[in-house]
Design a binder for this molecule. Sequence first.
Ligand code: 5AD
Ligand code: SF4
Length: 476
Amino acid sequence: MFEGKNSTVIDEEIQGTATIKNSPIASSKKVYLESYGCAMNFSDSEIVASILTQEGYQTIKEPETADLVLINTCSIREKAEQTVRNRLTFYKGIKKRHNKNLIVGILGCMAERLKDQLLEEEKLVDIVAGPDSYRDLPNLISNVESGQKAVNVLLSREETYAEISPVKLGENGVSSFISIMRGCDNMCSFCVVPFTRGRERSRNPETIVREAKELFDNGFREVTLLGQNVDSYRWNITKKGEIKNPDEETVSFAQLMEKVAQVHPDLRVRFSTSHPKDMTDDVLHTIAKYENICNYIHLPVQSGNSDVLKRMNRGYTREWYLTRIEAIRRIIPHCSISTDIISGFCGETDEEHQDTISLIKDVKFDFSYMYKYSERPKTLAERKFDDNVSEDVKSKRLTEIVNLQKEQEKELNRRFIGKTKKVLVEGPSKKNPDEWKGRISENTMVIFKNENFKPGEYIQVKISDISTAILKGEVV
Ligand code: 5AD
Ligand code: SF4
């Protein structure tokens, strides 16, 4: 996903779970923040860091000397929750060995899903705070300091933390996330997010543009606009398309992107996640119009079969998805496309799985996040369907999908060989400090020899070699 320059360590699982361990300077009160799951969680942790900094806390790099440990959690698959539970055993040790008064808080989706049940199941935990209650953290901490356990899992219809300037944690000083909306109203039948993050709401565009400007002024050169469904971003417009306040400007996602792109031509703009049912041609034309809006779209398909998509409540068919791909290719000819795929959803037959295989062959995704279906409590799928594809079959299908994807990805990356591409320099690569890395507009990572470059600089690299996911080249 991303890798920090000095104070950040990322442990990334194949399926998108990562841990950020952060940042320096000693003070009286020290907080250690650890994040799992999607980019939104990492972005939220920066809001939490900002709220706690106001309270005199400083973020630290290692948990051993912490007064407060906050774990920002993910519930999307069972495995993500298990990872956090295992991590709590580690913190039991820390509490025993280093600080008997250590306060441990669970934030994010697991907090929201399990509520006070978490306090019963995990005796170590003192604070349970859902995604909309971070402003209440100082309060919750003082409750714990006075000897109580503290829970706030109220979901809000308005909270966007709009005016809070995030404290940058695990970033490389070059690229940053900006949260533009919260929650999700889509109710895909497999997904726990609408239950853990609540109703969809958009953030005031002025505060978004201001944050982008501040980031640019502080040396950042790439922002990723984040939302569960960015295409339904709207300011001052109701779901039905009516204007709420005639004296205020209305802003759609395409217009918001345009505003952020206009901050500076050297500020790259990315966004995630798009929804195939909502992505309009407007958005595509805006991407095509601005050189600094990256030629990369993450468009989760989930399945290549229309009956499965119906059971998933995705709101589109295979054919509709393919017309969206066709629109991308027509309007932005060199756009990279990535996707999410779930194997073994309830009732998925071999034929339905083969439709996913054939869709992957038809579309040729540049990248894909691929998962086995994991039943989540209270979701529509859990209530309506049997999780009746065996683990074995789920795994076999997933392997088939992954192998095909990898094969195609390598083939696709060949198109870059011999081409000279504009690369945003991020910093040294993990493996070899002489080799540096950066990304092209299409989001693929490029490795090149360092020639006293600075992170945040744009350079031209002639691509000479590829591996499955990474390009190599010489600076020209
Ligand atoms: N099981 C497996 N994968 C899931 N995702 C969401 N919910 C589940 C689940 N219950 C995947 C979808 C989504 C991505 C963020 O996670 O592919 O796009
Ligand atoms: Fe979950 Fe669907 Fe919303 Fe994405 S769009 S967060 S998959 S409910």
